[in-house]
Every structure is written in C-alpha cells, then in structure tokens.
Design a protein around this ligand. Structure first.
Ligand SMILES: [Zn+2]
Length: 82
C-alpha cells in the first residue's frame, strides 16, 4: 500500500535544501558543515555522509568574491578621485 521511500526519513523540499545551503549546512540533513574552509567545499557531510561531488561549483565562489572585492575597490578609488 505504502510506496514511498521510508517512514523514518521525511521528504526534503527544494526550499528547505536552499535555506540549509544558505546557512552553510548540509542540504540533506541540515546538520553537517558544507564548507571545509572559507571557499573550500567539504568532500562529504560529516553527519549523514552525503557526497558533495554533485554540487561542486568549481571556481564559482572565487569569482563571486573577486567581483565583490573589485566593486569595493573601484568604489573606494572613485571616492578618493572625487
Ligand atoms: Zn548531511
């Protein structure tokens, strides 16, 4: 009769996973750390063992930080110039 995955594991919605990711926690369990360093993704969750290889972003976080720091530097340069 019951053809769902299992009664012990509640269904995780996309919104729940996104909020856990924004909080730098594991998207599946919400307990383990997502990052091993400032921009280094952990290889897997230390609580539930979820392999993070499928969410490897490559150079995405580094580019984001470079663009953010670049904007701040340009804004400061314009302030000094004016
Ligand atoms: Zn986890």
């Amino acid at each position: 009769m019951n053809d769902t995955a299992g009664p012990s594991e509640p269904e995780t919605t996309v919104l729940q996973s996104a909020m856990r990711g924004l909080a730098c926690k594991c998207p599946r369990c919400g307990q383990g750390k997502l990052y091993a360093g400032f921009l280094t993704l952990a290889p897997s969750c230390d609580r539930c063992g979820l392999d993070y290889a499928f969410i490897d972003t490559g150079d995405g976080p580094a580019i984001f930080i470079i663009m953010l720091a670049g904007g701040i530097v340009v804004a400061c340069a314009l302030i000094v110039e004016v």
